[in-house]
Write a protein that binds this ligand. Structure first.
Ligand SMILES: Cc1cc2nc3c(=O)[nH]c(=O)nc-3n(C[C@H](O)[C@H](O)[C@H](O)COP(=O)(O)OP(=O)(O)OC[C@H]3O[C@@H](n4cnc5c(N)ncnc54)[C@H](O)[C@@H]3O)c2cc1C
Length: 415
């Protein structure tokens, strides 16, 4: 990690050093650019919003990216493979099953705790000469001009300073303030639900199976994590979230067990819980003068199909491809030029829109008690398993392998 450049000029400034901003900085490393990452909250702070106690299911395309970046061996050492996914609906007998072997892959994905992933990414950044981390500090305003972007950085303890860069990347999450500073609006719709996360010990080991169960309140996922434990993501109605979170361990386990059933035997030893309000966020545009949105700043999804981070990683891969190609074409100048930004926006729009529609559709399909939707859902559950190609298309999306893939998503190093 470098101590910064005296003239405060960078090729790229990344606003937000969460899961996506940090991954972008590392992915860019082989290009030898001068990169600054400005992050508001110290990585080890208890309120760090990105590298927290959630478990994230990494898709095949994210795995390939980390392989190409030389980080996968370390990540896989502390993650758990998912070899099958079991999808069911409360109150119905049918269920669907997606199997890694059937898809011709070793695993459908890998589960990692965000904090653990953060440790790996942080030590890789520490070893990287070209990355300057400014933390804790916030970007508080931005001037975007044709020749350069000038973000103003306010450290927690210290004096405000203005940086300059060829490209400003907003990776500051779903409530992105930098997106607003870029003059880009976002459509937001509240799901009226919260995701309660934590981990527990099931009587029967998950044996590398992930479970997703659609309940009257919302989806409930159980993911295999280390030490015979399961990470859960339990979506509850907003009006119920505070009460559920305040339950003592036994009462909490009792309610969770009632929703999930006894497929994994009895639940015990539940850990600390946390709650996340769920909102669908979609930015009106992906770029402005010398600036671009990636990750949750561009699209914040419902966690129903564990896709948000993986989709953001495909933004990272596409942006890296655009920058790498442009440097070859223009002999190393200007990662913030208009053509590059237009190519990125064109490339990413369709994947992002499809996934927003797909996850939003799943939530509405399974969350509705309206008769026509219930009927559609019944066909959907059957069709999902019986109609040739549907299951494999779903699996492809789950693995992040649908659409045109950039180099890193195919596991090809940038350089
Ligand atoms: C319960 C739950 C479970 C999930 N499970 C999965 C899963 O299994 N698989 C999956 O793919 N996705 C999953 N997701 C989605 C995933 O967590 C997000 O898509 C991902 O964290 C987005 O990362 P990000 O870096 O874009 O944004 P964030 O994680 O929000 O990070 C933004 C960073 O920017 C910093 N910041 C904010 N404002 C400023 C500023 N002005 N200046 C500087 N820094 C700033 C913040 O401190 C933060 O560190 C889940 C989400 C939830 C809620």
């Amino acid at each position: 990690m470098s101590a910064g450049w005296p003239d405060n000029h960078y090729d790229i400034v990344i606003a937000g050093g969460g899961m996506i901003g940090t991954s972008l900085a590392l992915a860019l490393a082989p290009l030898g650019l001068r990169v600054a990452v400005v992050e508001a909250i110290a990585r080890k702070a208890l309120d760090q919003p990105s590298f927290d106690d959630r478990s994230t299911a990494l898709s095949r395309s994210t795995q390939r990216m980390f392989e190409a970046m030389g980080l996968w061996d370390e990540i896989v050492a502390s993650s758990t493979p998912i070899r099958s996914i079991h999808v069911s609906e409360q109150g119905r007998f049918g269920f669907s099953h997606i199997d890694a072997e059937e898809q011709g892959v070793e695993a459908l994905g890998y589960v990692v705790i965000n904090r653990v992933l953060g440790n790996v990414l942080q030590s890789a950044m520490n070893a990287c000469e070209g990355i300057h981390v400014v933390c804790p500090a916030r970007i508080v305003c931005v001037d975007l001009a044709a020749e350069r972007a000038s973000p103003v950085v306010r450290p927690d303890n210290g004096t405000q300073q203005t940086l300059s860069c060829d490209l400003l990347v907003a990776a500051d999450g779903a409530n992105s303030a930098v997106r607003e500073m870029m003059g880009i609006s976002a459509k937001k719709s509240q799901y009226g639900q919260h995701a309660i996360i934590g981990n527990l010990r099931p009587e029967r080991n998950l044996q590398h199976r992930a479970f997703e169960r659609f309940t009257a309140q919302g989806p409930l996922a159980m993911l295999p994590v280390a030490d015979d434990r399961a990470g859960f993501i339990w979506v509850v109605a907003e009006r119920d979230a505070e009460r559920v979170l305040a339950l003592d361990d036994d009462a909490f386990l009792g309610e969770l067990q009632k929703e999930f059933g006894y497929r994994l035997g009895e639940f015990s030893h539940v850990g600390k819980r946390a709650s996340y309000p769920l909102t669908l966020t979609s930015a009106a545009r992906l770029t402005a003068t010398r600036s671009v949105l990636i990750g949750n700043a561009a699209h914040g999804l419902h966690p129903v199909s564990a896709q948000g981070f993986n989709l953001g990683m495909r933004d990272v891969a596409a942006l890296c491809d655009c920058i790498a190609d442009c440097r070859v074409e223009t002999n190393g100048v200007d990662p913030g030029n208009e053509q590059l930004l237009a190519r990125y926006a064109h490339w990413r729009r369709s994947d992002q829109k499809k996934l927003v529609r797909f996850t939003d559709g799943l939530v509405r399909l399974f969350g509705s008690s309206r008769q026509p939707l219930r009927a559609l859902r019944n066909v959907g559950m059957l069709g999902f398993d019986l109609i040739p190609g549907v299951r494999s298309l779903f699996a492809k999306h789950t693995m992040g392998l649908a659409g045109t893939l950039p180099r890193l998503s195919r596991g090809v190093p940038l350089k």
